[in-house]
Design a binder for this molecule. Sequence first.
Ligand SMILES: [Zn+2]
Length: 342
Amino acid sequence: MSRRRFVALIVAWFVAAATARAFDLGLPTANDALLRPGADAEFFQPVIEGTTESGMFGCVRSHGYRFHKGIDIKCLQRDRHGEPIDPVRAAADGEVAFVNAKPGLSNYGRYIVIQHVWDGVQVCTLYAHLREVAAGISAGQPVKKGQVIATLGHSANTREGISRERAHLHFEIDLLLSPNFCIWYPKHVPDAPPFGNFNGQNLAGMDPAAVLRAHATNPNLNFAEYVSKQPIAFTALVGARPFPWLKLHPEQVQPAHGPTLAYEIGLTAWGLPVAVWPRVAGEISESQHRSLQRSLPVLVRANDAELSQWTCGELVKRSRSGDGWVLTEHGKEWLEMITFVP
Ligand SMILES: [Zn+2]
């Protein structure tokens, strides 16, 4: 090979590397109104008599008091009986992690979870209320971005169900909270459904609409960086045990400045861990130390502005005196679940 040709090749490789998408992400159905300015009403499926916002992520349900952990995407195509026929596609390359084919077992109805690695972050996408799972889609199967995995539907196990008119795709982008969930959960809920770790309660995410829009605007979006910018609403101290999150998300673990006595976890208002700080002697008070010895997590910092605007928070609440915040029982349980080591 000539020297000139070699240099040209190296330059071409550098250009390719610089323009390569950090991770490739697409919309999970043909409904692309999300990416058109002012077209939210064509994209989000509201609840009955609800506003467009009720189909979005966040405190959008029950007058702001109930959390919706995904987005509801409107159906575009129907057969002559009015049943939805929109193909549902894998939002990115990955591997099918779980398929629930029995809609009666979950309020997600029929649902699929796909695992991906984006910029080193292990992440899941979840597709719920499906009418049908595509042939050949089962746990362990690799899938390509855009591959049809299911048909959009209105399956659910709730008494009132989802009407045919409101058929939609419920879509989430999540991190798996603990691979030990399948051991921890049945201790608390004896008649737990057979979903293993892919129970919705073990998946905490971020606003999928915001991720999809951010990626469409900036194809070089770095996902690890994106997660690190999710707003921390509170931090909590837990004992220094080797809980799985530390290994699953090394990108979140900050450098230790000595032997670790405890971990301080920074979480969003809805419970997604965003950063973990190993704490050493001198960084933990006497009373915090006593709580940790009794295996009780300790609320360390609370972001008043962030928590005040999050009207559906269940993990922390205002203290009785009203001048601060405390972990709720659910909040303590949440931290116990994330840090559980069998
Ligand atoms: Zn939904």
